[in-house]
Each structure stands twice: as structure tokens, then as C-alpha cells.
Design a protein around this ligand. Sequence first.
Ligand SMILES: Nc1ncnc2c1ncn2[C@@H]1O[C@H](COP(=O)(O)OP(=O)(O)O)[C@@H](O)[C@H]1O
Ligand SMILES: [Mg+2]
Length: 227
Amino acid sequence: MRLGPAVLEARSLTVSYGETRAVDAVDLALRPGSRTAIMGPSGSGKSTLVHALAGVVRPDAGEVWFEDERLDQLSEAERSRRRLSRMGMVFQFGDLVPELTVVENVMLPLQVLGEKARPARARALEMLDALGVADLADRRTGTVSGGQVQRAAVARSLVHGPSVVLADEPTGALDSLTAEQVLDTMVAVTSAAGAALVVVTHDHVVASHLDDLVVVRDGRVAEAAVA
Ligand SMILES: Nc1ncnc2c1ncn2[C@@H]1O[C@H](COP(=O)(O)OP(=O)(O)O)[C@@H](O)[C@H]1O
Ligand SMILES: [Mg+2]
């Protein structure tokens, strides 16, 4: 059992879509430096859980605590500000801006934090290099492959040194060797920063790079193995 307070915590978190309880009374505490895989069948509520933890989706009941604040009680603008500045997100279906170049997308979190263009570009290029896609930096994002977009999205989630990284199937479009390299980079960068890492995945090899496992079924935590 790890000591110390959680950086991100769900308490009785519930999110409903009409009759569907996508997330049903979930308790989950993520401590600094923890590495958690979230697994479970399609439609079990993994994406909704991650979106609620990030404050993208507001819960119907329960609480989300991020860095000692009730995230779910903040306004949309305040939640968005916390997410952009202190969290890294990789969305399952991508949300990079197709009209911007790959490196411009990765620079965005740094620019939100007020970093000047030159150092932001240099830092973004380093992160793209770590993910093996530096050669695509100046291509428009809409012209590169799905797997390359995924790696750029991972670079963007890590570039600003967030305290939590939430990645929803970040390696789904990658071959197994590349998937392992991407995971290794995510683990190395978050470990160095003492950040919590959460990865939704169907891939047991990916999950084996993480310490803790949470299995979700029908919106509930069916199984949890915490190191
Ligand atoms: N925006 C939405 N509107 C309505 N139903 C949704 C929405 N998002 C998810 N759901 C439903 O919530 C449940 C959980 O979905 P999701 O969180 O995407 O699961 P997973 O990521 O595990 O595949 C499913 O029944 C899904 O159809
Ligand atoms: Mg999903």
C-alpha cells in the first residue's frame, strides 16, 4: 500500500446517459507516481470514467478531487484551465487540430501556460523525438497517419509536465513494438516528474508496463489490483 494523498480521486463517482449508468459509484485514488491500467469490455464505461476524472464530463453524483480541490464543483472554464495546465489527456478518438502542424499541436499546452514560441517549439520537438515522430513536426496533422497522430497526442499530453496523465487507448492504432516504445516513454516521463499515469487499454502487454490494474465492468470497478 502506498502512503501519501491522492493527486486525483473519484468518490462514488456516477455518470448517467439517460437510463445507462456509464459510471456507477466508482471509488478510485491515484497517487503521485502511480501507474494504472484500466481494462474492461467495450462499453463498460472506461472512456466516461476517464472523461469524468479529467473534468470533461460532469458527474451526476459523487466527487472528483484534483490537487486538493473539488474539480466537479468548478465552472467549465476553471475545469478546462486545470486540465490544460496540470493534466495531460490523450482522447480515444483524438482531438488534435488537423489544420495545425504536428509540432504546433504539441506546443499548445506550453503556450496556454504562457511559454514563448521558441522554447515551446524546442520542447515540443524534444518530446516528438522521444516518441519517434520528430520528422513529421512540420506536416499538417490532418495529413499524417492515425498511429502518427496518436504519438503526437501522447507527446502533447506529456510536454508540459502535468501532475496526471490520462490516456484513453493511446496505442490502439500502433503495432506492438511501437506501442511498447510509446508506453516506455510515457512511464519514463511521468516517473521523472512524479506524475500519476492512467492508461486505458485492451492490450495485456501494455498493461504489464503499469503497476496497478483496474478492471471496469458495467460502469463498476469489478477488480482492482493495486501495488
Ligand atoms: N455521449 C454519450 N451519450 C450517450 N451514451 C453514451 C455516451 N458516451 C458513452 N455512452 C454510453 O455509456 C456506456 C459506456 O461507454 P464508454 O465510456 O464509451 O465505454 P468504453 O470506453 O469502456 O467503451 C456505453 O453504454 C455507451 O453507449
Ligand atoms: Mg472507450
